[in-house]
Ligand binder design. Sequence first.
Ligand code: HEC
Ligand code: HEC
Length: 351
Amino acid sequence: MAEPVRLNGLIAMHASFKSFRWLPVFTIGLALLTAACGKAPAPADAAATDARWASLGERLFNDKSLSSDGRTNCASCHRPSQAFTDGLATSVGAQGRTGTRNAPSLLDVAELPQFFWDGRESSLETVVLQPLTNPVEMGLASTEELVRRLERTPQYAEAFKPLGGVSGESAAKALVAYLRTLRSGDSAYDRFVAGDRNALGPDEQAGLALFTGKAACNECHVLQTPRARLTDDRFHHLGVNDDAIAGKVATLIPRIADRKQLGRIVLTETDVAGLGHFVASRKPADLAAFRTPSLRNVALTAPYMHDGSVATLNEAVEQEIYYRSLSKGLPVPLIVEERMQLIAFLNALSP
Ligand code: HEC
Ligand code: HEC
């Protein structure tokens, strides 16, 4: 009696194994999954890995050997002491080559939805490799050349190893990790918003009232709360150096056909640089429209505008009031004292 039962049991077991013939596959899959989950970094490890990427990015940012003349690095044009700008109207890169654009600050760059004065890129990972091969920036022949240079340097080969090895992608990832750490410090205005009513003096407070009132600068240089970014992330036509493209648009359009070449062409051809956001959107309304720059740290970032054509903060404010008047169709009436107050407020936007 006992024997057939055992046999039945074995047959039944065998049958169920047959129908579970995928079981080993599942088991291995599950084991791998568990192992992978087991390896998923704890938050502390993740922070350590981020820090490792960022410190590698900082090294790349400051390395002159990654340029064609061995004398140019990212910091040549994005100097930490000047809110990551360079004090020049238009930047000078490897071999003394001059570009067409004013270097923007890199503080808070991680918050931007679009990059460059014309918004022609929307991914920071794509942006960071471009200067390395742009002829008027660091001038390397190609991303492959970058990779070769990194591989040749034992310290880099070593540093990249735990992060997956040297590649263009990992160099971009490191630079982005570093850029994400660049945050602007608290300004007097931030302290004022946070509740310190004495952080701004009377002139600065009067300037703030003008900025959001009669002069309405905040329509574009927006004072978001709790932390003002002082930009609307949009593109406006303010007439800065319009003459650059007057009557030439039709002949310039073929120059921007190849989007992959845009960075090189915009930074080497003044006329094309003057097309503004049009190079990205291809909409006539965006001709000569430029991104509203943040005014955080504006006291440290002279000269001003996309082409660096305005030398001082006073002149920049004059020009903005003038174009403001044109766009409203009536003058924005600000007496000398009010202009001075507006500037006092702008000076309170740096730490
Ligand atoms: C020769 C000067 C120069 C060098 C070198 C340089 N940059 Fe720039 N950078 C500029 C200029 C000029 C722009 C603005 C270009 C434009 O708007 O078309 C810019 C724009 C940027 C932007 C976009 C910022 C924004 O607000 O949209 C980032 C990010 C950036 N650079 C990072 C870097 C990194 C990383 C390096 C080094 C790998 C580097 N730059 C090297 C001059 C330079
Ligand atoms: C319609 C939107 C708009 C308004 C309103 C506006 N701005 Fe601007 N502002 C811009 C844009 C766009 C630029 C960049 C123009 C360019 O480079 O061609 C700019 C540039 C500036 C700059 C130069 C910053 C830099 O880093 O180069 C300053 C300073 C400035 N604005 C201050 C003001 C003040 C003060 C007011 C109020 C009187 C004002 N703006 C009103 C859009 C605006």
